[in-house]
Design a protein around this ligand. Sequence first.
Ligand SMILES: Nc1ccn([C@H]2C[C@H](O)[C@@H](COP(=O)(O)OP(=O)(O)OP(=O)(O)O)O2)c(=O)n1
Length: 125
Amino acid sequence: MDHTHEYPIKDVSLIELRDRLAEFAKVRGWEQFHSPRNLLLALVGEVGELSEIFQWRGEVAKGLPNWSSSDKEHLEEEISDVLLYLVQLADVCGLDLGRAALTKIVKNARKYPACSCPSSSLTDN
Ligand SMILES: Nc1ccn([C@H]2C[C@H](O)[C@@H](COP(=O)(O)OP(=O)(O)OP(=O)(O)O)O2)c(=O)n1
């Protein structure tokens, strides 16, 4: 097992992340700073950090077969920061992120109906 992972949990809910992050902010007195705009800016900053990991590498194969474990760990951290700020942003906006995302998937499916076409269908719009 990879011991850099403290929580060998198979699945985690957005509700659990939301509640744990709310508690994290509360016990530090950080709720005052976690306005929608501040969280959005923090999110964008973390997207930048995530992008830096891929910057200058050229195209990267799926599964990241040639990446070192420390590069992958760094990626895990930055991709998590993006998720954690996104979850907090949705929370302070009063949104149910999981429900909103599922609803959007349904809308996406209506907009882009499944077909037996090859990938060229992606460019037909
Ligand atoms: N006011 C804050 C500050 C941090 N965090 C949490 C959310 C992110 O998961 C993480 C971000 O922490 P850092 O700002 O220290 O960013 P990094 O972990 O990316 O550190 P660095 O920028 O030094 O690489 O901490 C938070 O919820 N609210």
